[in-house]
Design a protein around this ligand. Structure first.
Ligand code: BES
Ligand code: ZN
Ligand code: ZN
Length: 487
């Protein structure tokens, strides 16, 4: 989508025009007759979220109402959802050039609406002979938005686009080394430092978890470290972002039955998310020193695949009894977390991972299952900004009783516990490797990939979590000032 900021005079406008309007609509500046205006008002009273279309062939005029009385975050989310409805209407009529103006709106409301349009317009149609209709050009009334604000947001939306593309791409077309190469290219372009560890290096580092999961695969593993260090960062020690990069999860020898394997190309969404967040921060020069740690491999039952009962020695020396080869994400993440802590001493470590089906069963597809160790404040801030951008977080308990559930008879710990509390024991497994480092675990299994379209998310990869973490980093200094965040 190409954007342009222009001066708009609705009454003289030619082409399809969208008018966003708050609680009042005046007839002074709008190209509406008195009867039309009355109609609009009555429709608004019947249904506050209705989008009203007037046909001015060959052009169309759309009126999108929103409730400015609502709390800001709710109002903005309604705007994103209305934008998705509008995009569906435009798609039906194959309209691909639109002008947007507004009445009585704040810049953040216009941003939310445009964000909804951009996110909703996405389709994974690279593999189709005939791509779907897209909004190719959006002209925005410059009275409502500055170029600077638009540009910064556009760079963020572009990162969400690429995250979705990577996650939607089948493993046959993107394995661990392809993904690493792609990240390297972008990093070079942005001036972000990028180190790609190949199998030899990973062996030398004795990352027993990543190597074990990779044993059944034809393709080599990769471990990518991205570092963005601005000139005057507000943090002395970096914030570490760790992402699960399972390029495909068959389950391994504990192979996934029936249709459970479907959609498992999305098992690298954590890595895609964290790379995208770091790149977005670099794009917009946020003053936070960040390092991303991205372990990558597919999980397959081939060759000399690792097996249940195997005992692995991880990067930090911890021994792990394998109970189930399908609990592979935590094995590759454990090495990445231990490495991050050992080499970078981060002041905060956050991971994102499509880690457990149990997270989806617990809270569905409406948010992220989160846990923390020594990081109550960062998680509170994440909750607050999550509500604001509507990428929400549900905090799970992290009581010490759960630690018992992953103790092993054969090794230090085991890679899964009992049937209960599977999301939490997975988090506990990872927290073992974070040690004293303030640690937030984000299980994004329910939100990274949608089987059914939902609002401004098409079927497939969502990029959920990028806006959350970006907003978190934007407000990170609030937390650094040591003021407890209340939510
Ligand atoms: N990648 C899956 C988790 C998953 C399931 C993500 C559904 C998204 C949708 C993960 O590697 C896995 O297989 N977890 C197992 C763990 C179990 C063996 C302890 C699970 O959740 O069933
Ligand atoms: Zn698995
Ligand atoms: Zn997995």
């Amino acid at each position: 989508m190409i954007f342009q900021l222009n001066k708009i005079t609705p009454k003289e406008h030619a082409g399809t025009l969208v008018v966003l309007y708050g609680n009042e609509v005046s007839d002074r500046s709008l190209p509406l007759a008195k009867r039309e205006l009355d109609y609009l008002k009555s429709r608004r009273e019947q249904d506050a979220s209705a989008i009203v279309r007037f046909d001015r062939l060959p052009d169309y005029l759309y009126f999108v109402n929103f409730d400015a009385e609502k709390p800001a975050s709710e109002c903005q989310e309604k705007l994103r959802r209305s934008a998705a409805k509008l995009v569906a209407m435009l798609r039906e009529l194959r309209i691909n050039e639109v002008t947007l103006t507004a009445e009585g709106t704040l810049p953040e409301e216009v941003v939310a609406f445009v964000e909804g349009m951009v996110l909703a317009d996405y389709r994974f149609d690279r593999y189709k002979a005939k791509p779907e209709n897209h909004v190719e050009k959006l002209v925005i009334d410059r009275a409502f938005l500055s170029q600077q604000e638009l540009d910064a947001n556009q760079r963020l939306w572009n990162r969400i686009f690429w995250c979705r593309e990577w996650v939607n791409t089948p493993v046959a077309d993107m394995n661990a080394s392809d993904f690493a190469d792609e990240l390297q290219l972008i990093a070079n372009d942005l001036g972000v430092a990028c180190t790609v560890f190949d199998k030899k290096k990973i062996e030398a580092l004795r990352m027993g978890g990543l190597l074990a999961v990779n044993k059944g695969s034809f393709d080599e593993p990769r471990f990518v470290v991205l570092e963005y260090k601005p000139a005057n960062p507000i943090n002395q020690q970096p914030v570490a972002l760790v992402g699960k990069g399972i390029m495909y999860d068959t389950g391994g020898l504990n192979i996934k039955p029936d249709d459970y394997m479907q959609e498992m190309k999305s098992d690298m969404a954590g890595a895609a998310t964290m790379a995208s967040v770091l790149f977005a921060a670099a794009d917009n020069q946020l003053p936070v020193h960040l390092v991303a740690f991205l372990p990558m491999t597919d999980n397959r039952p081939g060759f000399n695949a690792y097996a249940a009962d195997d005992i692995l020695t991880m990067y930090d020396g911890t021994t792990v009894e394998v109970i189930n080869t399908d609990a592979e994400g935590r094995l590759i993440l454990a090495d990445a977390i231990a490495y991050a802590v050992d080499k970078y001493h981060p002041e905060l470590l956050i991971d994102a991972a499509t880690l457990t089906g149990a997270a989806v069963r617990a809270i569905g597809t409406f948010g992220i299952a989160a846990m923390q160790q020594n990081a109550a404040n960062p998680l509170s801030l994440l909750r607050v900004v999550g509500d604001q951008v509507y990428e929400r977080i549900a905090e799970f308990p992290f009581w010490e009783e759960y630690d018992e559930l992953i103790k092993s008879d054969m090794a230090d710990i085991k890679n899964c516990g009992i049937a209960q509390a599977g999301t939490i024991t997975a988090g506990k497994f990872l927290a073992h490797f974070a040690k004293e480092t303030p640690y937030v675990h984000l299980d994004i299994a329910g939100v990274a990939y949608f089987s059914k379209a939902q609002h401004y998310y098409a079927v497939g990869a969502s990029g959920y979590g990028i806006r959350l973490l970006y907003a978190f980093l934007q407000t990170y200094d609030i937390m650094k000032n040591n003021t407890p965040v209340v939510s």
